[in-house]
Write a protein that binds this ligand. Structure first.
Ligand SMILES: *Cc1c(COP(=O)(O)O)cnc(C)c1O
Length: 334
């Protein structure tokens, strides 16, 4: 981006100055649309989300068999929704304001198998790929009991294929653990900010881990390159994947069920405010999409990003989306 462009942007969006200064900022999208008008422009539908939900149900018998810690939820990978009144009190006293309604925490950090929200999207995408291969080779039908995926016959079959992903850590954990369990050859390209224990854990599960000095974009780029030269190799693309997005979106119907169990109503008079940690935007984007389908204009989603990497805010506010990077406005992405 040239200097002229940048200075025009700075004039048009004064908030950019605060972003560059690494200040914490709050932004409400002035172009927000109603559900009714927004949904018409979507290339993904409620049917796609339901299809993803059903696929995860088909795989539940396999998940129970391969990961016994999902036994209590019958192979459905889900996290608790809990009330956090002490946190609420603490916030009220810090900000000298009273918070109406209840404050709840959705503990996706406690999702089984890989301990982050990536256990939704990442695992879903690997399962979908495995199902597609198995269907193509007449190893299963949609009506079969999918626990047969947990067998030497299937592991031998999947060992002829490979899966590749670029990651800062958590996506690599999800894709790596799930792919290796099914029998795939899996390679995770890890950026410099990935934690050592995550690399060690993956290596202990027979995942190839390749490390880079550079940041996340480089790790993704290398993964993409590796996959492009090998037709038996499947690349999980964190920056563009519709399947990751759909895997995340299934969270909404699960949350709806949990809210009902807690007898919490969401409607015109009881709006739901959701605060979603955001990296490249696929995770919170998918969850927000699912929530909008479920609660329409009664849910309000806020994405929370690190001040050193406000990429989603920058893309949304300027309308430039992935055509602008935080580095271009002088932020280090560290
Ligand atoms: C990946 C991740 C996110 C955000 O997901 P993106 O798709 O990168 O926006 C949030 N929290 C944690 C712990 C994650 O691993």
């Amino acid at each position: 981006m040239d200097e002229k462009c940048l200075s025009d942007l700075r004039t048009q969006f004064p908030l950019l100055q605060q972003l560059t200064a690494l200040d914490e900022v709050f932004w409400v999208n002035p172009n927000i649309e109603t559900f009714e008008s927004g949904i018409k422009k979507c290339t993904i539908s409620e049917e796609d989300v339901r299809d993803a939900e059903k696929r995860l149900e088909r795989f539940a018998p396999y998940i129970v068999s391969a990961f016994p810690d999902t036994k209590s939820t019958n192979g459905i990978i889900e996290s608790p929704l809990v009330n956090i009144p002490s946190m609420k009190k603490s916030l009220e006293s810090d900000y000298q304001k009273s918070l109406r309604g209840e404050l709840l925490l959705k503990c996706d950090s406690h999702l089984p198998i890989s301990g982050s929200i990536k256990a939704r999207g990442g695992i879903y995408e690997v399962l979908k790929h495995a199902e597609k291969l198995a269907l193509q080779h007449n190893l299963i039908t949609l009506e079969d009991d999918y626990s047969i995926f947990d067998s030497d016959r299937f592991r031998d079959f999947f060992s002829r294929y490979s899966i590749v992903v670029g990651s800062t850590g958590n996506l690599g954990l999800s894709i790596g653990i799930m792919s290796a369990k099914l029998g795939f050859n899996v390679t995770v390209h890890m950026s410099s900010d990935a934690k050592e224990w995550k690399k060690d854990l993956l290596r202990s599960k027979n995942v190839n881990v390749i490390e880079y000095e550079a940041d996340y974009s480089k790790a993704v780029e290398e993964g993409r390159k590796q996959a492009a030269v090998d037709p038996s190799c499947y690349f999980v693309d964190d920056e563009n994947s519709k399947d990751l997005f759909l895997g995340y979106s299934v969270a909404a119907s699960r949350l709806d069920k949990q809210l009902k169990e807690l007898k919490i109503t969401v409607d015109e008079n009881h709006p739901l405010f959701v605060y979603l940690p955001c990296g490249v935007g696929g995770g919170p984007g998918g969850v927000a999409f699912g929530l909008k389908l479920m609660f329409r204009d009664h849910v309000h989603c806020f994405f929370a990003e690190p001040t050193h990497s406000p990429s989603m805010l920058l893309g949304l506010m300027t309308g430039l989306h992935d055509q602008i990077s935080v580095q271009e406005i002088g932020i280090d992405n560290k």
